[in-house]
Design a protein around this ligand. Structure first.
Ligand code: PRP
Length: 185
């Protein structure tokens, strides 16, 4: 059975294949490894849960040593979406002062999560903060997000897979697909 084939009836089409993801992860990791070749150790910061798949693949494709941290953030929900207020449910465990941080995100949609997170991390006095994002929906961000390394710009459609969920499902799909509207309507 192909991975994810049990979701076949619910996925309208694949927009990024497993092979395309693998190639892109390797290309981004090569650039980051090159750019930080002289850095003693990178600190990767991922945000639960969506970034887990990308973080796992990206960290293993790098050729520089890293440490990994994960944060859990409360969803800002509808009421707070205009303010971008985020609450930390799980913080990073280590001292990031003077460290080179690379934030690893699966998707930038409104950009509220990242714009909040970047401010938060910069307040902890790291040496630098860079952003690696697998997906971005252009034109959807409220504020400009400085993305140093981007996988793909994608259309504003309901995408799932490779960490992205709908109702906590589909995260394990090895590709990125568009959900059939009848599933979420
Ligand atoms: C998703 C995704 C990003 C964020 C992007 O997380 O993983 O962190 O939304 O959206 P934004 O640019 O509009 O802020 P979500 O809150 O759905 O949690 P999850 O990762 O656990 O699915």
């Amino acid at each position: 059975m192909d991975p994810g084939s049990w979701y076949a009836e619910e996925i309208e089409r694949t927009i990024i294949t497993e092979d395309e993801i693998r190639t892109k992860v390797e290309a981004i990791a090569e650039r980051v490894s090159h750019d930080f070749a002289d850095t003693e150790e990178l600190l990767l910061v991922g945000v639960f849960k969506g970034a887990v798949m990308f973080m796992a693949d990206f960290a293993r494709a790098l050729t520089v040593p890293v440490k990994m941290e994960f944060m859990a953030l409360s969803s800002y929900g509808n009421s707070a979406s205009s303010s971008g207020t985020v609450r930390i449910l799980k913080d990073i465990d280590s001292d990031v002062t003077g460290r080179h941080i690379v934030v690893v995100e699966d998707i930038i949609d409104s950009g509220l999560t990242l714009s909040w997170l970047l401010k938060y991390l910069e307040g902890l006095n790291p040496a630098s903060v860079s952003v690696v994002a697998m997906l971005r929906k252009p034109g959807m961000q409220h504020t400009e997000i400085p993305v140093s390394y981007l996988g793909f710009d994608i259309p504003n459609e309901f995408v799932v897979g490779y960490g992205l969920d709908y109702g906590e499902r589909y995260r394990e799909l090895p590709f990125i697909g568009v959900l059939k509207p009848e599933v979420y309507r």
